[in-house]
Design a protein around this ligand. Structure first.
Ligand code: SF4
Length: 217
């Protein structure tokens, strides 16, 4: 393992021993994970929970039911998570593709190799890299590393930011230096989110940080 790989593992173990396992993703089944990954764009998870609970109450938590639901009605149900008109279009785009190409069978979609699955997801309206990778990791349970704003901020402050600022550069930092293990990637990303929300915030709370001995910030 390289020095950066060792540093990434040290960060992981410190976060894990400080926060404990995060049990991600907080959803009942892979389809809910997918909906959550789309609905959580630019909003807090509590708002997504409210939207999912509205969909559940409407018995609309299946691909077929979501296709049948008029778009305006769908937008009204997911209103708590913001950008609801745009997100209704995205949800519709996903369930249309799932029905048309895979007969609503997530098993068929997830049988694709990671690179093909990622390409397929990215070709659906409204699915960007973070959403696609969240679906691959937390719904399909395949080892890709999810990069988000928390991860970028923490890694930058720890002095480990890769050259270039792209999503792919940050992702390669993890996937090239860590073993390709789904459980490791699952837990690591969840821990970074927790740490970014609670401690390494915009105004960081370095006094209380379990990574402080490693951090040049
Ligand atoms: S020491 Fe401060 S800047 Fe460094 S990781 Fe912790 S909270 Fe973030």
């Amino acid at each position: 393992m390289s020095a950066i790989g060792d540093a990434l593992l040290e960060i992981y173990h410190r976060l894990l021993s400080h926060y404990g396992p995060q049990h991600w993703w907080p959803a009942e089944d892979p389809f809910e994970v997918i909906l959550g990954a789309i609905l959580t764009q630019a909003t807090a998870w509590t708002n997504v929970e409210q939207a999912l609970s509205n969909l559940k109450a409407e018995t609309a938590l299946t691909p077929a039911a979501l296709r049948d639901l008029p778009r305006d009605r769908l937008a009204a149900l997911i209103r708590p998570c913001g950008y609801y008109n745009a997100k209704a279009v995205k949800v519709k785009a996903f369930v249309e593709r799932l029905g048309a190409r895979y007969g609503d069978d997530l098993g068929q979609l997830f049988a694709l190799e990671i690179v093909d699955l990622r390409r397929e997801l990215l070709s659906i309206h409204g699915v960007g890299e973070e959403t696609a990778d969240s679906i691959i990791l937390y719904a399909a349970k395949k080892p890709v590393f999810v990069i988000d704003a928390y991860t970028r901020r923490i890694i930058r402050r720890l002095g480990l930011a890769p050259e270039g600022d792209s999503y792919g550069a940050f992702q390669a930092l993890f996937t090239k230096k860590l073993p390709p293990e789904e459980k490791l990637y699952n837990e690591y990303h969840a821990l970074l989110v927790r740490h970014g929300k609670e401690v390494c915030r915009k105004a960081p709370r370095c006094q209380n940080c379990c990574l402080r001995p490693l951090c040049p910030y």
